[in-house]
Design a protein around this ligand. Structure first.
Ligand code: DAK
Length: 253
């Protein structure tokens, strides 16, 4: 349901359930989470790219799997919880959205740190058209990215938007020709992975604080993290290399 490849210090996770447009069934999410655990525990991995096979990134949660679930069942099993694993990943994740990113697929992309899209990608939160609503952070993360009125329109109508419209709204980071998408995502992932891993982790954590803590406390945490980079050999090496006009060699310590 997923395939995992390694390209130097980058893990590439491909959702491979093309017959169902990579619909996010329980098994697929379990495999995705296992791959994320693996990346998190492997110090050689500096960044992760998530993409889809075929014409979809992911067309949402698996409707066939959800159809007969009862309220009692999903409430008791806290149906939503395993999906949040991606949002809690400490390593940087780039979504390379190659096609449909709908419902849970759009939510999965929004859990990533950067969203690159092909010109042919399509985004949307169509849950309302099947009698339900976004359940994996869609109303929250989409609103944070595009603002209330646009999030309302997308979630209340289920309208699908193009990659270019999504980029103009602030949902997508950059749009590329389909054939360049993975190459560009990998180039950015490699670029990030060459930097000091503890510094990358701190930057990700500090930016994520914006959504989770009040400004004054986020600024304080950011300052403490900045101070703590001065405990790293990598910080000394980075500044020395700049002044000595040579490339820095980071050792992640
Ligand atoms: N689930 C299951 N199967 C799906 C699917 C989905 N979401 N999307 C597509 N498929 C299947 C189709 O049933 C079809 O299967 P066969 O008939 O060939 O067996 C196959 O994939 C190809 O789809 P189509 O024939 O429909 O392909 P088209 O190109 O004509 O149309 C489409 C593409 C993307 C416009 C269309 O497939 C579509 O509208 N799909 C459904 C999109 C959608 O409504 N997505 C939102 C699902 S609800 C939560 C976490 C997440 C969620 C909720 C809670 N917690 C953790 C609490 C999220 C909910 C959702 O995502």
């Amino acid at each position: 349901m997923i395939s995992v490849d390694f390209n130097d210090r980058v893990m590439i996770i491909t959702l491979t359930r093309p017959d169902a447009l990579n619909a996010l069934c329980k098994k697929l999410i379990t495999q995705l989470n296992a791959a994320l655990d693996q990346a998190e525990n492997d110090t050689r991995i500096g960044a992760i790219v998530v993409t889809g096979s075929g014409k979809a990134f992911a067309a949402g949660a698996d409707i066939a799997e959800m159809k007969n679930l009862t309220f009692a069942e999903i409430a008791e099993k806290d149906f939503i919880q395993p999906w949040e694993r991606l949002a809690r990943c400490h390593k940087p994740v780039i979504a390379a959205v190659n096609g449909f990113a709908l419902g849970g697929g759009c939510e999965l992309a929004m859990m990533c740190d950067i969203i690159y899209a092909s010109e042919t990608a399509k985004f949307g939160q169509p849950e309302i058209t099947i009698g339900t609503m976004p359940g994996a952070g869609g109303t929250q993360r989409l609103t944070a990215l595009v603002g209330k009125a646009k999030a309302m329109e997308l979630c209340l109508t289920g309208r699908m938007i193009t990659a270019l419209e999504a980029e103009a709204m602030g949902l997508v980071t950059r749009v590329f020709k389909a054939e360049d998408l993975l190459k560009e995502a990998l180039a950015t992932a490699h670029k990030i992975a060459q930097f000091s891993a503890p510094v990358v982790r701190m930057i990700k954590e500090a930016i994520n604080d914006v959504a989770e803590v009040p400004l004054i406390s986020g600024i304080k945490t950011e300052r403490r993290m900045f101070h703590s980079t001065f405990a790293l050999e990598d910080r000394k090496e980075g500044m020395s290399a700049f002044l000595e006009k040579r490339a820095a060699v980071f050792k992640n310590r």
